[in-house]
Design a protein around this ligand. Structure first.
Ligand SMILES: Cc1cc2nc3c(=O)[nH]c(=O)nc-3n(C[C@H](O)[C@H](O)[C@H](O)COP(=O)(O)OP(=O)(O)OC[C@H]3O[C@@H](n4cnc5c(N)ncnc54)[C@H](O)[C@@H]3O)c2cc1C
Length: 333
């Protein structure tokens, strides 16, 4: 991937080029700030590129569940911003975003179902569509083909004069010596840059197979380490998944590959014989709540924006706007 035009001034140094860092950088650059990203990996190599990716619909609409990520009202606001932003992107060609109906299923009963009818395109599944899950319904939400979406964001970053460079940041002090504002978007690796005891990796594996002709998606939102999902992006079908806490390995696990295919095939038999194209692994930044807050470091301000667990794609635009508000306050004080 090409390196982007270098400007002299840096208002904001964003550390990390996953969906959180890149979206934050695009949003700030489009507001006229001089933004530079430094990251160990380009966007397409990050955990974010492994995501399938859907917006965290039911989980975020359910107040009890959403409060796990941040105070409920804040999470709801960020999620709503994401829904609107991605719905708009879905109307433009080449963004990798489209709005499509999918089945959402859970092995656990939902205690309070008063919110489900608020979900867009909501309707109950038939007994056959339920595939043995006690809770299952359809709804229409944006889904995102991450590699294509990253190309779209990179184009916007370039157009807005932002830069990206590959390089390791050994400490936030080092970053703070380079720019008046640093945004820490290092995902699970924030554990290595901060003294935060709450951030941990949550390994997730996907198996990408040749799409046997599916158009809608299936997403299990039960709590547990083995949620079943398959999401179609053109010729590719992304099958999941796993959620292994405190596991830093990004190596594919062949046993998990078999389990994923067999769980997905139990819902959609055509997946059983689909040709495997690749196996992808990412590390979710698991944290009881998203960390989005600022602190002083030397003469600089560091804004932390990490810990998005399994909802980083959906939260990316809401969190980017929150960062921008902090930046504006900092710049004008
Ligand atoms: C299997 C799987 C499925 C998922 N599905 C969904 C989904 O459907 N919907 C959804 O919303 N979310 C989903 N997620 C979660 C989502 O992928 C994450 O919340 C999101 O990727 C977090 O993005 P991030 O930018 O914070 O981190 P990352 O994508 O991990 O990016 C971190 C960046 O920081 C850089 N970095 C780290 N440390 C340093 C350092 N010291 N110096 C320089 N650079 C550094 C890395 O190189 C990288 O560029 C899924 C995750 C997985 C694993």
């Amino acid at each position: 991937m090409e390196e982007i035009r270098v400007t002299e001034r840096t208002d904001v140094l964003v550390v990390g080029a996953g969906v959180i860092g890149l979206t934050t950088a695009v949003y700030l650059a489009e507001q006229g700030l001089a933004v530079r990203i430094r990251a160990d990996e380009y966007p397409r190599e990050t955990t974010s590129a492994v995501a399938a990716a859907v917006l965290g619909g039911p989980a975020l609409a359910d107040p009890a569940e959403a409060a796990n990520w941040h105070p409920y009202e804040t999470t709801k606001k960020w999620h709503q911003i994401g829904l609107e932003e991605f719905a708009t992107l879905a109307t433009r060609p080449g963004t990798g975003v489209r709005v499509t109906p999918g089945r959402w299923a859970s092995r656990q009963d939902i205690a309070d179902t008063s919110w489900t009818h608020l979900l867009p395109g909501y309707r109950d599944c038939t007994a056959e569509e339920r595939a043995g899950f006690p809770v299952a319904f359809w709804m229409s939400l944006p889904i995102i083909d991450m590699p294509v979406y990253f190309d779209h964001l990179m184009g916007r970053l370039t157009a807005a004069g932002g830069q990206i460079e590959i390089g390791h940041v050994a400490s936030l002090d080092e970053a703070a010596a380079e720019a008046p504002i640093v945004v820490n978007c290092t995902g699970a690796y924030a554990q290595r840059l901060t003294a935060d005891p709450e951030i941990r990796p949550m390994r997730g594996q996907h198996v990408v197979v040749e799409n046997p002709g599916l158009e809608s998606y299936f997403f299990e939102f039960s709590r547990g380490p083995k949620p079943t999902s398959f999401i179609a992006h053109g010729d590719r079908l992304i099958c999941g998944g796993t959620a292994d806490r405190d596991n830093w390995s990004r190596e594919p696990d062949p046993v998990q590959t078999e389990e994923i295919i067999s769980r997905c095939a139990a819902v959609e038999p055509r997946i059983a014989d689909a040709r495997i194209l690749s196996v992808e692994v990412g590390l979710r930044a698991a944290r009881p709540q998203i960390r989005l807050e600022e602190e002083s470091l030397g003469g600089a301000r560091v804004i932390h924006n990490y810990g998005h667990s399994g909802v980083g794609v959906g939260m990316s635009w809401g969190c980017a706007r929150e960062v921008e508000q902090i930046v504006q306050r900092t710049v004008h004080n």
